[in-house]
Design a protein around this ligand. Structure first.
Ligand SMILES: [Cu+2]
Length: 68
């Protein structure tokens, strides 16, 4: 198990959290997603090694800015 934490800009409410969680959960290899709009974090648990660029791209497709 591998955990990645992304800091993103633009989540405003619980709806945003759900949207992010649902979208990332469709990615193969993603086990669990916890989004928090208060601190702007998205914690992703992976069950195998996938390129974090794939997750980043998905977040950007949803319209959020991923901070380095
Ligand atoms: Cu929202």
């Amino acid at each position: 198990m591998n955990e990645l934490i992304f800091n993103i800009e633009g989540m405003m409410c619980n709806g945003c959290e759900n949207r992010v969680q649902n979208a990332l959960q469709t990615i193969e290899g993603v086990e669990k997603v916890v989004a928090n709009h208060v601190d702007g974090t998205v914690t992703v648990t992976l069950n195998n090694n996938i390129d974090e660029a794939i997750i980043k791209e998905k977040l950007e497709d949803l319209g959020y800015e991923v901070k380095e």
